[in-house]
Design a protein around this ligand. Structure first.
Ligand code: PLP
Length: 441
């Protein structure tokens, strides 16, 4: 059955070349809890190893439960194929290691999840891969930092805490002129943004967030648009245009499209070279859990966004709140980008600044009764955190401000509970926090 022409709500339930389990007729995707797969015969085995045929070899590299998740996600995003990995962090790491060797560099947006920032600024540096950080407010900053060793561009669609939408098309176009693919982390904007439609070549996700949606399993995904030409500028992408010592000296940019009849070069390398060698695979049980979330993602995400819009409006009118950071309240170029790239809602994240600063921020968090206080986003439950005293506490006050975190800033990941219950909890916590600061003063 081809499901590519269906709407997102239908793909989430039916996508992934899966109708039923061929042996049992099971409708739910089974957990194929196996490490390995019996080959039909010796020829079958050698064909699989030489990519003459695609099929199951070993669960570190592929698994039928993961395959359904990969295909559904690729269909939802308009990509050609996906690769499930053990976490969002593994997705960004592999996505870049699939372009870079020691001595190479990528240019990344400054507006990133803190864990990604650390991976880029510290761990990649130790591996000899340089990440150059560009302020995304001006897309030309990406070209200014590009040199002959630049292999990729990287950004998040909807980075928090600033919630300024990234100029995907503008930066993708700069890259295309120079043979440089744009990788977009779309974790905070599934359904409402399709980065591939705007020119991104690769999309990555932390599946841990809204895709899984229930705070139960860590996972990540890399999706290949299949649209990037890996051989157009051979010197720009050496991993695809020089012999690969671990694959009989094949030049993957030529051999893979010839062998498989499609531009699967990037994702095939990610699977058969990097997942094989680095081993950050997703367990089939986590994959199953994430599939349960994916099946209702469009419905849940709609509710997340509706609730977030109502929370943002409520906070904007609240006397204890200085400022609300929400994509729907942007102006100028950020408003234009929001409208261009978030086509189906302004996302589920809301930030706000308390008038009474740091102490009020801490008190607000301690006064919440319904919202969870966790270092996470994307659960079906509403979540809150005070970044200045937690996730961003190791940054200097100046770096906190630069990253968009003021002392009284609170980040909310708005869940799908009844909106009255969410608003009542926020309201009572705001009252306690402003009263306590006033009584100290
Ligand atoms: N990307 C974004 C935007 C995130 O928010 C996170 C985690 O919070 C990650 C990537 C990393 O994902 P994971 O925790 O699944 O490794």
């Amino acid at each position: 059955m081809t499901t590519n022409s269906y709407h997102p709500e239908t793909i989430a339930l039916h996508g992934g070349n899966y109708r039923k389990d061929e042996t049992t007729n099971s409708v739910a995707v089974p957990i194929y809890q196996t490490t390995s797969y019996q080959f039909d015969n010796q020829l079958h085995a050698s064909n699989l190893f030489s990519l003459k045929e695609l099929g199951n070899i070993y669960t570190r590299i592929m698994n039928p439960t993961n395959a359904v998740l990969e295909e559904r996600m690729a269909q939802l995003e308009g990509g050609i194929a996906g690769l499930a990995v053990s976490s969002g962090q593994a997705a960004s790491a592999l996505a870049i290691q699939n372009l870079c060797q020691a001595g190479d560099n990528i240019v990344s947006s400054t507006d990133l999840y803190g864990g990604t920032w650390n991976q880029f600024a510290n761990t990649f540096k130790q591996l000899g891969i340089e990440v150059r950080f560009a302020d995304p407010s001006d897309p030309t900053n990406f070209s200014k930092l590009t040199d002959s060793k630049t292999r990729g561009y990287y950004a998040e669609t909807l980075p928090n805490p600033k919630l300024n939408v990234f100029p995907i098309e503008e930066v993708a176009n700069i890259g295309k002129e120079n043979g440089i693919p744009l990788i977009v982390d779309n974790t905070a904007a599934p359904i409402t943004c399709k980065p591939i439609e705007h020119g991104a070549s690769i999309v990555v996700y932390s599946l841990t967030k809204w895709i899984g949606g229930h705070g139960s399993s860590i996972g990540g995904m890399i999706i290949d648009s299949g649209k990037f030409n890996w051989t157009e500028f051979p010197e720009r992408q050496p991993l695809y245009n020089t012999p690969d010592p671990s694959y009989w000296g094949w030049v993957l940019g030529k051999v893979v499209p010839e062998a498989l009849g499609a531009n699967l070069t990037y994702i095939v390398r990610a699977r058969f070279v990097l997942l094989r060698d680095l081993g950050s695979s997703l367990s089939p049980t986590n994959s199953f859990n994430i599939i349960q979330g994916l099946e209702t993602l469009p419905l849940r995400f709609k509710k997340h966004q509706e609730n977030a819009a109502l929370v943002a409006k409520f906070l904007k009118e609240h006397q204890s709140v200085n400022k609300v950071i929400y994509p729907g309240f942007q102006d100028g170029i950020n408003k234009k980008r929001t409208e261009k790239y978030l086509s189906d809602g302004f996302g589920p994240l809301v930030g706000f600044e308390l008038k009474d600063g740091l102490e009020a921020g801490k008190k607000f968090i301690d006064s919440l009764k319904l919202l969870y206080h966790v270092a996470n986003i994307g659960d079906a439950r509403s979540l809150a955190i005070h970044p200045a005293s937690t996730t961003h506490s190791q940054l200097s006050p100046e770096d906190q401000i630069r990253s968009g975190v003021t002392p009284g800033y609170i980040r909310l990941s708005v869940g799908i509970e009844n909106i009255e219950d969410i608003l009542n909890d926020i309201d009572q916590a705001l009252k306690v926090s402003s009263k306590s600061v006033k009584s100290v003063a």
